[in-house]
Design a protein around this ligand. Structure first.
Ligand code: SF4
Length: 132
C-alpha cells in the first residue's frame, strides 16, 4: 500500500530524478543520478557492456546511467562526502521496499538492513534482516 509520504516523495522525485520508488535512496552517492534507471538496476556500476560511445548495451539510445553518475559526481557542486561515496560499495536492493518512502526508511533506518552475509565497505556491522 502506498502511503501518503511515499506519494509525496514520488511526486517530488519522479519528475526531477526519474525516481523509480525503490525505497532505498542512494542519489547522494551517485551524482544525483537514479541507478534504478539502469536497465539492469545495478546499484554498483557500470557493467561490462558499456558501448564505445558510452551508451547502454541494453538501450543503445541511452547514455549509461553509471557514466552519467560519474560525470555528475565529478562536475556538480556536491558535498565532498557525497562525492567520496561514489566509490563505496552499495548493498543490493531490498525489493521488499519497492513503493515505500525512502525518506521514511532513512529515518527508521529500515533502508540499512542487508542480506545475510553481506558486508559492504561502509557497513558498521553485518545484519540479517536486522537493523544496523
Ligand atoms: S528512492 Fe530509489 S528509485 Fe527513487 S531516486 Fe532514490 S535510488 Fe532512485
Amino acid at each position: 500500500m502506498t502511503t501518503f509520504i511515499a506519494t509525496i516523495e514520488h511526486v517530488v522525485k519522479g519528475p526531477v530524478w526519474g525516481c523509480q520508488d525503490c525505497g532505498q535512496c542512494v542519489l547522494h552517492s551517485t551524482g544525483m543520478t537514479c541507478p534504478m534507471n539502469c536497465p539492469k538496476t545495478l546499484r554498483n556500476g557500470p557493467c561490462g557492456g558499456v558501448r564505445e560511445n558510452g551508451h547502454c548495451e541494453v538501450k543503445p539510445e541511452m547514455k549509461c546511467v553509471w557514466l552519467k553518475a560519474y560525470d555528475r559526481t565529478q562536475d556538480w557542486p556536491l558535498p565532498a562526502t557525497w562525492k567520496a561515496e561514489y566509490n563505496h560499495l552499495r548493498p543490493p536492493v531490498d525489493n521488499r521496499l519497492k513503493g515505500t518512502s525512502s525518506w521514511k526508511n532513512f529515518i527508521t533506518k529500515r533502508d540499512r538492513w542487508t542480506p545475510a552475509g553481506w558486508k559492504s565497505s561502509t557497513d558498521e556491522s553485518i545484519a540479517s534482516g536486522v537493523e544496523i
